[in-house]
Design a protein around this ligand. Structure first.
Ligand code: MG
Length: 384
């Protein structure tokens, strides 16, 4: 196999939002993505994306890819995915290990898997060992705030809108003060009362342990599928404490990275559900490491997805390949985070955008990520 990497191009794309929205950590004024295009000899091109948090400048992981990773990759075989993952990780260890450096590695890794799929004429899930499922139930992530507090009625209307769009699982953003949070949840629950809807909550680590516990206790009767990021990612003991005191599964991991980071969550019994983001946990290779490790600790894996269409495609390939953690005839399957907040270029980025069919997302069967990138969209929003 004499295929080799001949070029690595980074596209920083951004679009301002007409209506900014808030989660508990701040106001999101624009959507951004750090997209990487890896060209291999023979004309194969792979696409990857670094997860860019709502408040994170996309230029950070772009600089990592351009300056630290590209020199490692050129002339190497793109099929040596695991080898290159370790080369990139080892080369950046002393200043990396977390955050945007690992997001840069993740973007490159996704692109390498896309190349491998195209080279072997197979979808990525096939290279990962096959699909446990060919369609995935999506859940609506939404309920962001347009003003701040006091939006319970609007959020209840939003819930009905998600239901009409085919969702029966929804994740509500909380963390705007406990009184406001509880008022929102009660109003949403009343709006959905005659419907069979599963709710999750995500507070994006807005509170300390005592408030996080107080909120959780007040919502135990809601039978939530999970309570996401109750405290800051560094407070692993806080996670463990909440997990032992609450009758709600605890989820976290979107701000954790690589198997080394997840190991500390697992050995401390911090989470019931691990949520690596494929665009920042170390890519598909990183996710593979984490999934195996989680499996050994009896922890479920349900990837976090908030990026653009490339990140969605990578997540779908990975979710297809995740074994259920607790096998039974009616085992709980992983679900796909399907962000419903405003994103000007996510759909436009693909020639063949994802659609819900009977409330499910089909896993693409095409080679690699199974998507076609619309280059005009990249040109339109590119800033670098
Ligand atoms: Mg979250």
């Amino acid at each position: 196999m004499n295929i080799k990497i001949i070029d690595v191009t980074v596209h920083v794309i951004k679009s301002k939002l007409d209506t900014p929205f808030a989660f508990s950590q701040g106001w999101v004024n624009k959507r951004s993505a750090t997209i990487v295009q890896v060209k291999a000899s023979g004309g194969i091109v792979g696409w990857g994306e670094a997860f860019c948090q709502g408040l994170e400048p996309p230029e950070i992981s772009a600089a990592v890819i351009e300056n630290a990773l590209k020199p490692i990759l050129l002339e190497e075989s793109p099929l040596n995915i695991e080898v290159l993952w370790h080369k990139m990780y080892n080369a950046t260890r002393d200043y990396g290990r977390k955050g945007s450096v690992i997001s840069g590695i993740s973007a490159v890794d996704i692109a390498l898997w896309d190349i491998a799929g195209k080279y072997f004429d197979q979808p990525i899930y096939q290279l990962l060992g096959g699909a446990f499922r060919t369609k995935i139930k999506p859940y609506a992530t939404g309920f962001y705030r347009l003003k701040g507090k006091g939006e319970a009625n609007r959020l209840a209307e939003e819930a009905l809108c998600h239901f009409e769009n085919g969702f029966d699982h929804m994740k509500v953003k909380l963390g705007f003060g406990i009184e406001d949070d509880l008022n929102c949840m009660e109003t949403i629950r009343n709006a959905l009362k005659d419907k069979n809807i599963t709710l999750m909550i995500d507070i994006n680590h807005a509170y300390g342990r005592s408030e996080a516990l107080q909120l959780g206790k007040s919502l135990e009767e809601y039978k939530l599928r999970w309570y996401e990021e109750p405290v800051v990612p560094e407070d692993i003991k806080g996670y463990s404490e909440l997990r032992s005191k609450l009758d709600i599964p605890i989820a976290g991991g979107e701000n954790e990275h690589t198997l080394f980071g997840f190991k500390s969550l697992f050995v401390n019994n911090a989470v019931d559900i691990a949520q690596p983001d494929i665009g920042s946990c170390g890519g598909i290779t990183g996710a593979k490491h984490i999934i195996n490790l989680a499996h050994s600790f009896g922890v479920e894996v349900n990837p976090h997805v908030w990026g653009s269409a490339i990140a969605q495609a990578a997540s779908i390939q990975v979710i297809a390949s995740i074994p259920v953690t607790h096998f039974s005839v009616f085992a709980r399957e992983p679900i796909l985070e399907y962000d419903q907040s405003s994103h000007p270029f996510r759909r436009e980025l693909l020639e063949n955008p994802f659609e819900l069919q009977n409330g499910m997302v089909n896993v693409p069967k095409g080679k690699g990520l199974g998507i076609e990138i619309n280059l005009n969209t990249i040109k339109k929003y590119k800033t670098n």
